[in-house]
Design a protein around this ligand. Structure first.
Ligand SMILES: C[S@@+](CC[C@H](N)C(=O)[O-])C[C@H]1O[C@@H](n2cnc3c(N)ncnc32)[C@H](O)[C@@H]1O
Length: 368
């Protein structure tokens, strides 16, 4: 699971005194009322959507492909229907689930340092921005950001988050892009005079991709930075002891189990399936060799399930893999990023070394 954002109030302490508002710095948190620059806000219709029309999901085809392959899989992108998203919000609040609160605390503590390294006039591009809940921490500290480009496959999510960001940062140019970030992605010029482009990729979403997918995504990130250069600010869940990792994905209250099981319930609800949920168990072991948590649904005995006209057979103990969540070491990710020319500039972690936010920069034309 990527770490979904908690609601993060803007922290006025993350804005250095005397810093010019530019796009964001003097804007009050939403519950503090509009600040004196709000009258300069651009009209709402300037929130221009750039829609690359990502391919529509073929849920039935994807589910049947996964359940007839060996080993069986279900695509993790189907976790997030309304119930799945609500369950994920609950997971983020669990004692055992440390990633979201740890990453948020790192951003709260170090946003000023991060922002000063990104410099003035940076264009911030967020991949899989979702509800953009962590982003205000960074935008609130940036000097004169050239703009914010949230990219998400879910248009509805993207637009409501973009409106919230615009309401909080009325002078900020927000240019939402509806796209699949794993597909080739050419951003338009946007007409924003940016010194450099930085990709913000929080939530350890990178961990949902295997090594080949991670490399591909890093290439994509470098190309998003463009010829002027820029970099990557990324949140990564770090390798740690098995107990802490497994507890985070196997909470005592069974919320993660319900989240995982919701995939089968979705198949029942939306595709005419007849899965008996009580005949499957949630397992999420840490595979130390592969350095990843593997979420599974395990058939507790030999059974069949029907999806519309189609019948799927399960052996006793057979697993459906629903998600991999890779964990990282700072050194290994630094080496991987180095392969595509991204050079590590800074690493911020919590005191227990659970999570890291890392800054990389592309080789600028002058240093290449
Ligand atoms: C769990 S949320 C993470 C939100 C945010 N990055 C954070 O950490 O606060 C993952 C988001 O990524 C989006 N997403 C997943 N796969 C995507 C893809 N291939 N292209 C674009 N967006 C994607 C989902 O729609 C969802 O909004």
């Amino acid at each position: 699971m990527p770490s979904m954002p908690l609601t993060v109030p803007l922290d006025s302490s993350s804005t250095a005194p005397g810093r010019r508002a530019g796009t964001a710095a003097v804007h009050a948190a939403p519950d503090q009322g509009a600040d004196s620059t709000a009258h300069d806000a651009l009209p709402d219709d300037e929130l221009l959507l750039h829609d690359l029309h990502p391919a529509k999901d073929d849920m039935r085809g994807d589910i049947l492909d996964g359940l007839t392959s060996s080993p069986k899989t279900l695509p993790c992108k189907y976790f997030y229907d309304e119930r799945g998203s609500a369950l994920f919000d609950e997971i983020c609040e669990l004692d055992e689930y440390y990633p979201t609160r740890t990453e948020t605390a790192i951003l709260v503590k170090h946003a000023d340092d991060m922002a000063s390294r990104l410099g003035e006039n940076a264009l911030l591009i967020e991949l899989g921005s979702g509800s953009s809940t962590k982003t205000p921490l960074l935008l609130g500290a940036l000097r004169e950001a050239a703009g914010y480009v949230p990219i998400d496959i879910s248009k509805e999510h993207l637009m409501s988050a973009s409106h919230r960001i615009r309401a909080t940062f009325p002078q900020l140019a927000v240019r939402p892009v509806c796209a699949d970030f794993t597909a080739p992605l050419d951003l338009p010029d946007f007409g924003l005079a940016a010194s450099r482009r930085y990709v913000f990729f929080p939530g350890s979403t990178m961990g949902n991709f295997g090594p080949a997918g991670q490399r591909k995504l890093l290439h994509q990130i470098v190309s998003l930075c463009g010829p002027e250069g820029g970099g990557l600010l990324i949140g990564l869940d770090l390798l740690k002891d098995r107990d802490t990792l497994e507890a985070a994905y196997n909470d005592g209250g069974g919320v993660t189990a319900a989240f995982n099981m919701n995939l089968l319930e979705r198949v029942n609800r939306e595709l005419g399936g007849d899965f008996s949920i009580e005949h499957f168990e949630h397992h999420a072991p840490f595979n130390a060799d592969e350095e990843r948590i593997e979420m599974h649904l395990v058939s507790t005995f030999e059974q069949t399930a029907q999806i519309g006209e189609d019948i799927v057979h399960f052996e006793a103990g057979e697993r459906i893999c629903t998600e991999h969540s890779y964990k990282f070491s700072v050194d290994a990710f630094t080496r991987l990023a180095g392969e595509v020319g991204l050079r590590q500039r800074a690493v911020w972690t919590d005191d227990d070394g659970l999570f890291a936010v890392m800054l990389f920069e592309t080789s600028s034309p002058s240093t290449a």
